[in-house]
Design a protein. Structure first.
Length: 272
């Protein structure tokens, strides 16, 4: 099994601290799978859109077999609220262990990127990403799983001599990670502990850089099947609370509040 990507090294703790917090705005989401070659359409409607939005909705299509062609998958064809377009396509049919991806904003050829991810080596992930029109503007990363640890290195054409480094270790209910970035001047540490099947705790802290001193501590509690409570505290003494409840299969409510300098709250209704 291939290890996680470099940007997912701290994912275990970030899921507790960042996911499922709807503390601002009101949103209605739907996801529908069609019979047209497995195509999926997702819509996210802001009930009170901001000024200048071309549409209150963001529409996203996924086409696993566009026009019946199975060699390429359109992972995302998105129309956002401002009227902008995004296209993401991929193929894993080129050769075993290799996935090729392409991204475009459907407007500027200079921004088209291509990525190549290779997982043909045991416990190793290799990735190269570059601008199609400017191959010198590239980024690459390598992650490798070694027992309970995963090691990673990531660099771009701008920091070849001082790449970003990362490590994560999982041992039973414990998880910890450390990422060193910005020419070894920023250190981001995170930890996670699974108290029980119902209770999970996590924390992160950043030393150095623009966010030096920032931290977040939080927990998630599975109250019962289909209902999860979450709470977290940030370095600015802001407290966020969230409740996610599944009314029935495919019908989920997510609500939350954030109390700090200002009080904000939000609600999301999701139907699949």
């Amino acid at each position: 099994m291939a290890p996680v990507k470099f940007d997912d090294i701290a994912k275990t703790s970030n899921e507790v601290l960042n996911d499922d917090y709807q503390t601002s705005g009101y949103q209605f989401k739907t996801k529908q799978k069609t019979s047209w070659d497995g195509a999926v359409i997702t819509s996210a409607v802001d009930l009170f859109p901001g000024k200048g939005d071309a549409t209150p909705a963001k529409l996203t299509w996924k086409l696993p077999k566009p026009l019946g062609f199975a060699a390429v998958c359109i992972d995302k064809l998105e129309l956002d609220k401002a009227g902008g377009l995004k296209l993401e396509a991929s193929s894993d049919k080129v050769t075993e262990g290799l996935k090729v991806e392409c991204k475009s904003d459907m407007k500027n050829l200079e921004k088209i990127t291509a990525a190549f991810t290779y997982t043909g080596l045991a416990d190793t992930l290799l990735k190269l990403e570059t601008k199609v029109c400017n191959p010198a503007d590239f980024g690459c990363e390598v992650t490798r799983a070694q027992g309970p640890a995963t090691l990673g290195v990531k660099c771009t054409s701008a920091n070849l001599t001082a790449p970003d480094l990362g490590v994560r270790v999982t041992q039973g209910p414990l998880f910890a990670s450390l990422c060193v970035k910005e020419s070894f001047s920023t250190y981001a540490a995170s930890c996670f502990y699974k108290v029980s099947d119902e209770v999970k705790c996590a924390a992160n802290y950043t030393h150095g850089g623009k966010k030096s001193g920032s931290f977040t501590v939080g927990l998630a509690y599975a109250l019962k099947s289909g209902t999860t409570l979450k709470a977290k505290l940030d370095q600015d003494q802001a407290v966020s609370c969230s409740v996610k409840h599944s009314l029935s299969k495919g019908f989920t409510l997510l609500g939350g509040v954030k109390y700090g300098k200002d009080v904000t709250y939000g609600l999301q209704c999701s139907i699949e």
